[in-house]
Ligand binder design. Structure first.
Ligand SMILES: Nc1ncnc2c1ncn2[C@@H]1O[C@H](COP(=O)(O)OP(=O)(O)OP(=O)(O)O)[C@@H](O)[C@H]1O
Ligand SMILES: [Mg+2]
Ligand SMILES: [Zn+2]
Length: 324
């Protein structure tokens, strides 16, 4: 599905406004010049007249059309030069009444030919960060600042973490919508599960996909709120995003209260996404065994059957950092 639909709609609208505003502002500056300087109004009227003649000559053709056109163009250039000289003489920039787009490349349309302009991609990425639910984590957690040094003490742990890093790095950089590649991160507290989940999210958003990050507790909270409110539109949007986004990241699975409601919410979400071919990443600091004990077989068999399991090991990096 690609970019978040709501963000896309809003940003298209912002571009349309930006484009029209830029043109209206230029028109207002032209009006201001005409009001202040009749000379400019005269030049503009002459240029308009010239434009009409140019067009008529070009369409009409005739034996000496080319020569006429060249002469008209020359006159036009002379008028433009006179206008620019007049304006700079009065302390105005020569292009004062030109349209000034925020992006010269696409003229604030968001597209260059049929390709999306980089400025619009950047706007969508920023909006994707904002709507991902990751907030401040995105500023501090990336692949670049994830260090494998923290796992060096035990060679097997180091090798396992290097492999996890490589798999997640590739996962993020090769992510495509609808591929349905699911990953479950297991491991004790402070070992970098959330950090690498954020790193994956950032790359996948930058590559133009719709990512939604949530903790299991917040997820359940949203479903409870929706049930409590009787399916109001504001919460329905959030729930739809959990189901529809290209990549859903459910962090800290197993910290929520386990009861029939929560288990059925998580089961249905995981199952729906599997059936629709949408990718999901989960992480938990329970062991696979604990997770089995905690949830019904229905959930754990889905997870262990359809998810690539990555086990994080090492010494709590949070604690290691505090000691540094
Ligand atoms: N390899 C690493 N390099 C740099 N910083 C790290 C690394 N691993 C973890 N951190 C940092 O340590 C802190 C804890 O990591 P993180 O939150 O990812 O752990 P976690 O596995 O999600 O733990 P929990 O199970 O408690 O949620 C974070 O601030 C994170 O940025
Ligand atoms: Mg975490
Ligand atoms: Zn642009």
């Amino acid at each position: 599905m690609g970019y978040n639909r709501e963000n896309f709609r809003r940003i298209r609208q912002e571009y349309e406004t930006k484009y029209l505003d830029a043109r209206a502002e230029a028109e207002a500056r032209r009006g201001e010049l005409h009001a202040r300087f009749p000379e400019v109004a005269e030049i503009d009227a002459a240029m308009h007249e010239l434009g009409v003649t140019l067009l008529r000559t070009a369409v009409g053709g005739g034996p000496d059309a080319q020569a006429k056109l060249a002469a008209l163009r020359e006159q036009n250039e002379a008028l433009q030069a006179a206008r620019a000289a007049f304006l700079t003489g009065k302390g105005y920039p020569a292009d004062y009444s030109e349209v000034h787009y925020a992006c010269e490349k696409c003229g604030d349309t968001g597209y260059v030919d049929t390709k999306m302009c980089d400025c619009m991609k950047r706007a969508l990425t920023a909006a994707g960060f904002a709507s991902s639910g990751l907030g401040h984590l995105l500023q501090t957690q990336s692949f670049e600042n994830f260090s494998l040094d923290y796992y060096r003490r035990v060679p097997e742990q180091f090798a396992a973490m290097q492999r996890n890093y490589d798999i997640l790095y590739r996962y993020a950089h090769e992510f495509t919508a609808g591929q349905c590649r699911n990953i479950a991160l297991f491991g004790g507290t402070g070992l970098g599960k959330t950090h690498l989940s954020t790193a994956v999210a950032r790359v996948v958003i930058e590559r133009g996909y719709d990512v939604c990050y949530t903790t299991a507790i917040d997820l359940i909270g949203d479903y409870e709120f929706d049930r409590f409110k009787g399916g109001r539109e504001d919460s329905a949007d959030t729930l739809a995003h959990y189901a529809d986004c290209d990549l859903l990241i459910i962090d800290d699975l197993g910290t929520e209260v386990v009861n029939q409601f929560t288990v059925s919410v998580i089961y249905n979400l995981i199952n729906t996404r599997l059936n629709c071919g949408r990718s999901t990443m989960i992480s938990t600091n329970h062991s696979p065994k604990e997770l089995r004990e905690r949830y019904w077989d229905r959930i754990t068999s889905r997870i262990f059957g359809e998810y690539q399991v990555l086990v994080f090991s090492g010494t709590d990096v949070r604690a290691q950092k505090l000691r540094q």
